[in-house]
Write a protein that binds this ligand. Structure first.
Ligand code: MSP
Length: 645
């Protein structure tokens, strides 16, 4: 059987995950789900890069140990992946013993090939990139990527004979055109190697936080050699049980794909294959370098201070809306700009309107007419050729990693289904003919079209895809290649619950909220007013004490007009009465709230939600993927206005 192995970069743990990190992971998730759908045996690896100067420094700055910092950030990654529906098979941390064993074995093999030697190394070092630059590469003495001053370093290092591999690398780029994608990146790497390769220093003596270099006391392994090895150590390379390594890495039937951002192309397309060739290990099939998410034309990154936090958007709109936006908005391989405005526009137009309305319209017509999916199938209608075109364009796009075009093909098909429904006017037929055979055939064609939309969407929006299947009475299961055949929708099957997939958002109201409560964007911190949190999100007790939490008793509650989610409450805080608005209407009936003893953030700046003033915020736990609110309740005998500490 063909195997497919896909990896994300392993992320540094000096930083909390942001939209750029989650993007690489979502892409890899979509890609792996697609190959699984094709019937291939897949393996999806992600993880964290925990050694090196960058992490050593970040931990020291926070007065903590590198491993403790790593432990905390890893939890955040795992939690975010869970919320995003990321189906990785493994998560590797470079501090794990299984990784260290594999790195040691790789180095032993490189050493045996005669490719390591000791020499003095001097150069300009950027700790953020963990790489040396030449004088010429620096911009005004600063790192060309991070803009940070580079430091002069001089030490005795172990060197790897990279220069020896220039010819073989050029040969790979020429013979294996898929080795570096997109083509523009292959050209970039080719000219880099053609300009001549210098040997690479692969050990450090001024860094303690790393894997000790085998056979070189006082040296630790250079963090990039350490990190890149994760792609094979996680498969069991160099261990007693290397079956997975042989199956997914060595097999000639298999494909091995690294998804990375363009910032780390050189490491993956030059150094990594050279290390592997030296050790006698096969090179990857493809290194795919995507573009950057930008804000104000700058790469989204913590050091620039323009970080986009995915959490708020996921809590408000669910993981699939953001997965969709990321995959649709960025032409894969190019840069794209992130904005809340663009997100909401796509949400309303593509998801609420095109997708959500089509699904609910077709399911509602079936329910109205038959109480189940339509009884008669029909293999002569214009939805079928439209489907065949859509499936073919989708396959071509997916095979070329042009995910945005894959989604475009699905949306074209959706509009063709809609055109079919509108032109046949089934609501009229229902009135005039009742449950006729003609009506059944029209509705079957429409419902089957929508089921197929769900099948094509499954790698991108797994949760939504299942919800659509349930709504149409189609089996809810992992989509396989067979499911892409016309006519698989069972006739007369019971229909699932009719829930709105993507309730429309009032954009004007969203942007009228003061304080940016639900905005995805973290404003650059102003040191005077907002003490920066540590890299792992920890704050001091003094910062926590700035938040005034008090108990309050709900006196009255009613729904905010025109809103599905918002409830307005009058809350007794002991010495005063406050109006507080909360997004809890889908979980709590207003009447059931009266009398509840809750916790209120009392010193939050007032905000307007759908035009209604909210002076405070009620605390609730958010449960499950959908972030269902569950109010924090205080025992009835605690008087309103009591401080919560
Ligand atoms: N630890 C190294 C990678 C080692 S892989 C063997 C590293 N880590 S990182 O935390 O800085 O994350 C790098 C990856 O995150 C980038 O290559 C890219 O895939 C993704 N992104 C980080 N910021 C990004 C954007 N603003 N836009 C898109 N993706 C970017 O480098």
């Amino acid at each position: 059987m063909k195997t497919f192995y896909a990896t994300t970069p392993i992320y540094y743990v000096n930083d909390l995950p942001h939209i750029g990190h989650i993007y690489s992971t979502v892409v890899t998730d979509v890609l792996t789900r697609y190959h699984r759908l094709l019937g291939q045996k897949t393996w999806f690896l992600t993880g964290t890069d925990e050694h090196g100067q960058k992490i050593e420094r970040a931990a020291a700055a926070q007065g903590t140990k590198p491993i403790e910092l790593a432990n905390r950030v890893v939890l955040r990654y795992r939690e975010l992946y869970r919320r995003f529906g990321i189906a990785n098979d493994d998560f590797i941390r470079t501090t794990e013993p299984r990784h260290r064993r594999g790195v040691e074995e790789l180095i032993r093999r490189i050493e045996a090939a005669g490719d390591l030697y000791l020499a003095r190394h001097e150069g300009w070092y950027c700790a953020s990139c963990e790489t040396f630059y030449t004088e010429k590469e620096l911009v005004d003495g600063k790192c060309p990527i991070h803009g940070e001053p580079a430091a002069w370093q001089s030490e005795e290092n172990v060197f790897f004979r990279l220069s020896k591999y220039a010819g073989r690398l050029l040969e790979i780029y020429r013979r294996q055109p898929d080795f570096v994608r997109p083509d523009s990146r292959r050209a970039e790497v080719t000219s880099f190697v053609e300009a001549g390769l210098k040997d690479l220093s692969v050990s450090r003596t001024n860094v303690k936080w790393g894997i000790p270099f085998p056979g070189r006391p006082g040296h630790v392994v250079y963090v990039w050699l350490d990190a890149l090895s994760n792609y094979i150590t996680a498969l069991g390379f160099g261990s007693d049980d290397d079956r997975r390594y042989r199956e997914f890495w060595e097999s000639s039937e298999g494909r091995r794909v690294h998804i990375i951002g363009k910032d780390i192309l050189r490491f993956h397309a030059v150094y990594w294959p050279a290390f592997l060739m030296s050790a006698g290990v096969p090179v990857p099939t493809t290194v795919w370098a995507h573009g950057w998410w930008l804000r104000d034309e700058k790469k989204v990154s913590k050091s620039v201070g323009n970080v986009v936090q995915p959490d708020a958007l996921v809590a408000e709109f669910g993981p699939d809306a953001l997965r969709y936006f990321l995959m649709r908005e960025m032409a894969f391989g190019q840069d794209a700009a992130f904005s809340d405005q663009a997100f909401l526009e796509r949400y309303n137009a593509d998801l609420a309107n095109d997708l959500g309305n089509t699904v609910s319209r077709v399911a509602a017509l079936c329910r109205q007419a038959f109480g189940s999916s339509p009884p008669e199938s029909c293999d002569d209608n214009e939805v079928i050729p439209a489907w065949e075109r859509a499936r073919d364009s989708w396959r071509t796009a997916m095979d070329e990693y042009a995910f945005h075009r894959g989604l475009e093909a699905i949306w074209r098909f959706l509009s063709e289904i809609n055109g079919f429904v509108v032109s046949r006017e089934p609501w009229k037929i229902l009135k005039e003919e009742g449950r006729s055979g003609r009506l059944s055939r029209i509705l079957y064609a429409s419902a089957e079209g929508v089921r197929l939309v769900a099948a094509l969407l499954s790698p991108f929006m797994p949760t939504t895809s299942r919800k659509i299947c349930a709504a149409l009475g189609a089996p809810v299961k992992d989509v396989a290649l067979d499911d892409l055949e016309w006519g698989r929708l069972p006739t007369g099957a019971p229909l699932g619950a009719a829930e709105a997939l993507f309730p429309r958002v009032d954009t004007a109201a969203y942007f009228s909220m003061e304080g940016g409560r639900t905005m995805s964007t973290e404003k650059p911190a102003s040191p005077a007013t907002t003490p920066a949190a540590d890299a792992d999100g920890r704050i001091s007790i003094q910062e926590f004490q700035r938040i005034r939490l008090v108990t309050g008793r709900v006196l009255e509650a009613d729904r905010v007009p025109r809103s599905n989610k918002l409830v307005r409450m009058q809350v007794d805080l002991g010495s005063e009465k406050r109006q507080v608005v909360a997004g809890i209407a889908n979980r709590y009936e207003p009447e059931a709230l009266v009398g509840k003893n809750v916790v209120i953030v009392a010193n939050l700046k007032p905000a307007k939600l759908m035009g209604v003033e909210s002076d405070g915020m009620v605390l609730a736990a958010t449960v499950g993927e959908a972030g269902e609110p569950s109010l924090l309740e205080v025992p009835a005998d605690v008087p309103p206005g009591s401080a919560v500490k």
